[in-house]
Design a binder for this molecule. Structure first.
Ligand SMILES: Nc1ncnc2c1ncn2[C@@H]1O[C@H](COP(=O)(O)OP(=O)(O)OP(=O)(O)O)[C@@H](O)[C@H]1O
Length: 250
């Protein structure tokens, strides 16, 4: 499905991604973890086409997507939600979603009103219902709570029916209740099938609870890979990131 091969990216003298090879299997739920500055966000920027790698391949269903503009990568089926939600703050939730649908569909020539196509409305409502945003369809995005803004950011990626969903710190800045709700939402989305989910997350309780596969980055390299049990007990990961076992559960 999504196969990363020998990916490299440097910023001047800073090596942010160093020979990273990771295979995300179809319909898997994986986490990418690691200390601050380990290269996690750069990794997502490379996959989504926001940055171009210095070398390496990014294969989506066998096709190398390196060098494609990010809009085309979205078309190919890679959706992304951001650490800080990127929203059209003056549009309502429904308008935002229909706007996102209009641009890749290239239907602007058929526009009579703002977002007139019935199909965009149906799809927008489908996703709003999936994420529990349907009661807020008419709320201006900038007025949503922090948690709902993060949900809308995810909805903007989902509305285009991606094959792969990249989530950069989905619970960042949330209180305990919002966090739990978000994680249940992500898990339910994935459980429904049809979606390969990759998340960057610092909250280890969440990572260990929901991820099938965990990839640990450190100084731009893959330090370790495995399931929760393997990662929790990996001496190199404990040393570089988790701290002593007792601290993991603190
Ligand atoms: N556009 C850029 N220009 C220069 N250096 C950059 C750029 N983006 C990232 N870096 C550097 O690359 C390294 C990896 O950064 P990155 O943001 O990918 O790490 P991260 O694991 O996502 O960190 P965090 O957990 O703090 O979000 C860091 O040393 C960072 O300073």
């Amino acid at each position: 499905m999504l196969k990363i091969e020998h990916l490299n990216k440097s910023f001047g003298g800073v090596v942010a991604t160093s020979d990273v090879s990771i295979h995300f299997k179809t319909e898997s739920l994986s986490a990418v973890i690691g200390p601050n500055g380990a290269g996690k966000t750069t990794f997502f920027n490379l996959i989504s086409g926001a940055l171009r790698p210095d070398s390496g391949r990014i294969l989506l269903d066998g096709e190398d997507i390196v060098g494609l503009p990010s809009s085309e990568i979205v078309h190919k089926g890679i959706g992304r939600a951001f650490q800080v939600a990127k929203l059209f703050k003056t549009l309502t939730v429904e308008e935002s979603l229909r706007g996102a649908l209009m641009s890749p569909l290239g239907k602007s020539s058929q526009m009579h009103g703002r977002f007139p196509l019935a199909q965009t409305r149906d799809r927008a409502y489908e996703v709003m219902e999936q994420l529990g945003l349907h009661t807020k369809a008419d709320v201006i995005s900038g007025n949503l709570s922090h948690g709902d803004q993060k949900l809308l950011d995810m909805a903007l990626a989902l509305v285009l029916k991606p094959k792969v969903l990249l989530l950069d710190e989905p619970v960042a800045g949330m209180g305990p209740e919002e966090r739990e709700q978000m994680i249940q939402t992500v898990y339910a989305l994935w459980k429904k099938g049809g979606l390969t989910v990759v998340l960057i997350e610092h909250d280890m309780e969440i990572v260990f609870r929901i991820s099938q596969h965990i990839h640990v980055l450190s100084y731009g390299k893959v330090l370790a890979e495995g399931n929760a049990e393997q990662i929790r007990n990996n001496p190199a990961v404990i040393e570089a990131y988790l701290g002593k076992p007792a601290e993991v559960h603190a």
